[in-house]
Design a binder for this molecule. Structure first.
Ligand code: UDP
Ligand code: MG
Length: 317
């Protein structure tokens, strides 16, 4: 028996790309159904992440014209990760397998076939991995590489060059549903779910219309999220640094006392100022890191909903 597939696509202000995306994904889905690769009642589900433009109107129209398209409307903008999770959790009990991808089709949709092949071989999670970063700037390429290395050093397991283009079976989604955290970094959480997983390579293209919804500031915040929501090593590092500096200070103090008794007076005004500033800086850094985690704890204890769904359009059969 063929499996029922839901392709989940988070959309934020995507009215420029959505008609084209829907046309391409619709054609893809029909080809998959005709080829007997997926069940005939498979769907493309667009998640409207509180867009300010006509995105939801387009999704509603698509759904009215063709039951192949379904839609989830969030109560407000919650960000890419929350929108994606909202979509996956909403459809998980209606399907056997999901594939998540971005609305701008930067991810090559032909990789879907390879993902489904892996699924047929029995894998629960299939990661879409970019085979090259040719369309990225040198800056983005090198910072991304450094970031993946940094994450690995901190003990965060993530798949190199994998964004949120991935296939997940229902069983894997049920597993993901058990992770109740509010601070989401899905590409670090999914490996924690486990189950047999595989990777599929694809070439990532350019966004074909509209602008990136991830400016540098959001990208940076997301990078910090990845570290602080999955690793406590920065806190330990700060603690160890504090101990080391304290030991150095004690040794220095002993030296100064000895010098005082020998009668060597130290003019060291400069060194004093420097050390005050250095320590002040370190302390601020340490407080910042700790504050970051305390902020996370605060958010987690409040256990606010990660998203609220306003409408769900999906036809049976
Ligand atoms: N997105 C979203 N909510 C947001 C920001 C982005 O749902 O607050 C969606 C967006 O519509 C797209 C995906 O997340 O489908 C990735 O965004 P984008 O392509 O702008 O990021 P980039 O590819 O530039 O990193
Ligand atoms: Mg994009």
């Amino acid at each position: 028996m063929t499996e029922r597939l839901y392709i989940v696509v988070p959309c934020y202000n995507e009215e420029e790309v959505l008609p084209e995306t829907a046309a391409r994904l619709g054609a893809k889905m029909r080809a998959l159904v005709e080829g007997g690769r997926v069940a005939p009642d498979s769907r493309v589900c667009f998640v409207n992440d509180g867009s300010k433009d006509g995105t939801w109107g387009i999704i509603r129209r698509l759904h009215e014209e063709d039951p192949l398209f379904s839609g989830v409307n969030l109560s407000r903008n919650r960000g890419h990760q929350n929108a994606l999770l909202a979509g996956l959790m909403t459809v998980k009990d209606r399907c056997d397998v999901t594939i998540s991808m971005d609305a701008d089709l930067q991810d090559d949709i032909d990789a879907v076939d390879a993902m489904l092949e892996k699924r047929a071989e029995g894998f629960d999670i299939v990661y879409g991995v970019r085979s090259d970063r040719g369309t990225d700037t040198a800056f983005k390429r090198s910072t991304a590489l450094a970031y993946y290395r940094f994450l690995a050093k901190l003990g965060v397991e993530s798949v190199y060059n994998h964004a949120d283009y991935r296939l997940m079976s229902r069983r894997a989604l049920d597993g993901l549903a058990e992770f109740k955290e509010v601070n989401l970094f899905l590409r670090g959480m999914v490996p924690l779910v486990g189950y047999p997983s595989a990777s599929v390579e694809y070439v990532r293209g350019e966004r074909f219309a509209g602008e990136s919804k991830y400016p540098f500031s959001k990208m940076f915040a997301f990078a910090i999220e990845g570290v602080t929501s999955l690793s406590v090593k920065p806190i330990r590092f700060i603690t160890n640094l504090g101990v080391a500096i304290f030991v150095v200070a004690i040794i220095a103090a002993i030296c100064f006392v000895v010098q005082y008794f020998i009668g060597v007076t130290v003019p060291g005004w400069a060194s004093m100022i420097v050390s005050i500033w250095a320590l002040g800086g370190l302390q601020l850094l340490a407080i910042g890191v700790i504050g970051e985690y305390i902020g996370k704890i605060y958010l987690e204890t409040k256990a606010r909903p990660r998203y609220l769904i306003q409408d769900f359009l999906d036809r049976e059969g």
